[in-house]
Design a protein around this ligand. Structure first.
Ligand code: IMP
Ligand code: MG
Length: 183
């Protein structure tokens, strides 16, 4: 596929969710999270790089004490289909015992990433674990992974923008869009 060197919006087939709709939904999710964790310090485990903008925007709307840990996880390795093989860098010093944990990621797709990370978090015996994703794809999960907070349910299409990439690009789009891929 040839990508245009300038103007990344022109590589989109269409905008799926615009920046204003994302902002409104993230604000609503933040209110839900704040109510559920009221009185606690939230220990956020954020999956990078796709969750970058979602996590940054969500956390700034939560008026509770927050600790932030980031992990990087990848399963796509460049394409638009998951490779099924998960690479995870779990910080050796991360100890979540007794913490009120909020796990955040960009998309719940096959469930492989979140199920694996949830399993590792639970093994550390946190006081609570809740999971939030900006997008939930309507598709069959390869592994069940519960998410208490889902920004938008979307069809099983490959999306980019607001943190999500195709071959490392398009993360800086302010909206979420569908790429024009060669048929
Ligand atoms: P899962 O392990 O299949 O649930 O995949 C989750 C990860 O795959 C997400 O955190 C994203 O990084 C990536 N991913 C899944 N669907 C898309 C997409 O449509 N666009 C970009 N990245 C995606
Ligand atoms: Mg990811």
């Amino acid at each position: 596929m040839t990508l245009s060197p300038t103007g990344i919006m022109s590589d989109l087939d269409r905008v799926l969710i615009d920046a204003d709709a994302i902002r409104r939904r993230v604000t609503a999710l933040a209110a839900q999270v704040a109510a559920d964790f009221a009185g606690q310090t939230i220990t956020v485990v954020a999956i990078m790089d796709g969750g970058l903008f979602f996590v940054a925007d969500l956390l700034r709307e939560i008026d509770l004490p927050v600790r932030l840990h980031t992990l990087s996880a990848s399963s796509y390795h460049g394409g638009t289909q998951t490779s099924g093989e998960l690479r995870l860098n779990w910080p050796a010093a991360l100890d979540l015992a007794g913490h009120h944990v909020l796990l955040l990621d960009d998309i719940l797709d096959t469930g492989l990433t979140l199920a694996a990370v949830q399993e590792k978090i639970r093994a550390q015996q946190p006081a609570a674990l809740r999971t939030g994703v900006l997008l939930g794809k309507k598709r069959k999960r390869l592994r069940e992974a519960a998410a208490e907070y889902v920004g938008f349910e979307i069809e099983d299409e490959f999306v980019v923008g607001y943190g999500m990439d195709y071959q490392g690009r398009f993360r800086n789009l302010p909206c979420i869009g569908i790429l024009r891929l060669p048929s």
